[in-house]
Write a protein that binds this ligand. Structure first.
Ligand SMILES: [Zn+2]
Length: 48
């Protein structure tokens, strides 16, 4: 499960997808979705 957040309306949601969705399900804007890193991913980055 990946978490995403819309930079326009600040709506956050989770989706079972491998790629970042292009359209915000809340406000409908495109190219405003940002992937939120999970805690384990952040830990992985610090260890590298
Ligand atoms: Zn939005």
């Amino acid at each position: 499960m990946a978490k995403f957040r819309c930079k326009r309306c600040n709506y956050s949601f989770s989706m079972e997808v491998k790629v970042t969705p292009k359209v915000c399900p809340n406000c409908g804007n495109t190219n405003c979705i940002e992937r939120e890193k999970s805690a384990s991913e952040l830990l992985d980055e610090m260890q590298e």
